[in-house]
Design a protein around this ligand. Sequence first.
Ligand code: F6P
Length: 326
Amino acid sequence: MNEIKRIGVFTSGGDAPGMNAAIRAVVRSCIYYGKQVYGIYQGYTGLINGEIEEMGARSVSHIIQRGGTILKSARSKEFRTVEGRQKAYENIKKFNLDALIAIGGDGTFAGLNVFYNEHKVPSICIPGTIDNDLPGTDYTIGYDTATNTAVEAIDKIRDTALSHNRLFFIEVMGRDSGQIAINSGLAGGAVAILVPEEETTIEELIAKLEQTSKNDKKSSLVVVAEGGKSGNAMEIAQKVTEKFSYYESKVTILGHLQRGGVPTYFDRVLASKFGVAAVEGILNGKNNVMVGIRGRSLVYNSFDEMKEMWPEIDTESLRISKILSI
Ligand code: F6P
C-alpha cells in the first residue's frame, strides 16, 4: 500500500541517553521490513549540508548501551529559514528519501511540522529529550536515565551535606519543565523541590527550612529546577542565606552530566519500542505525528493535537515529597 522505500533518520536538539537505542531500532526495523535507511548527521544541519549515508544492520551494532548519539546532534538556526529548509529538501530529492524519522524534543518536532507543511515529506517524530516535557507521551527517551543520574548525584551530595551539617541547593536540568527536579527530589529525599510549574516564594522556602531545623534536621537538600520562577540555584541560595543562617550553604549545578551516560533499561526499552513504532507507523501511512506511550500503549499524536495539550507534571510526586519532608 505504500511507496516508501528509503527512510532518513536523524537526532536533533539536546542529546539524550537512549537515542542510540532508538537509532538502532529504526535502522533494524527498516531493514526488517525491506526498506533502505539513511543516517543524517547532526540533525537538520546535516540535512541541509547533505551529510547523509546509508546504514546497515551492522552499522548500529554495540550501540544500544551507549549514551549520546552516533548520528551527532545540533540545533540548526539555518533550518528555521525558508532557504535552509529548501536546501534540506534538495538533499531529500538528491538522496531519494521518501520519509523522515526525527528523534528529538519539541523544537525538533516543530521544525519537522513546518517542513512537512512546506514540502509534504512524510515524517514521524520520536520523543527524545531528558526534559520529559512533551505532551502526548508519558515518557521521553532519556528522562529516566537523567533522573537516575541526578538521584545518584544527590545521594553523594547528601553524604557530604550530612558530614558538615550543611544546606545544599542542587540545580537540575529540564529547561522550563520541573519533571527531573520533582522525581529526583522525591527519590533523593529533598526537603524542598522548586519547579517552574509551581511558585514557591523565598519566604515559604525559609519557613520550611526553619520548621525542619527546629525538628532537629542537621542538614538539608533543596532541589531546584533550572527554569524555576524564583531564580537559579545560586540566586536562591543567596536570597535564603541573607535571611536564614542556621546552616552553612553550598550550591551544586549538575548541568550536562545529566545528559550523558549509559541509558537505563527503561530508556533502552522505550527507545526500542518507539523506533519500531515509528517505522511501522510511517509504513502504515501515519504522517506528521509523534510516537508516544500512554500506560503500556503506543500512540501517535499529530502536531495539531499536541498544540491543544500540555505536558503533564507529576503533581502527585510533588505532594508526596511535601508530606515526607518534615
Ligand atoms: O533539552 C535538554 C536540555 O538539556 C535542557 O534540560 C537544557 O536546558 C538544555 O538542553 C541545555 O542545552 P545546551 O546543551 O544547548 O546547553
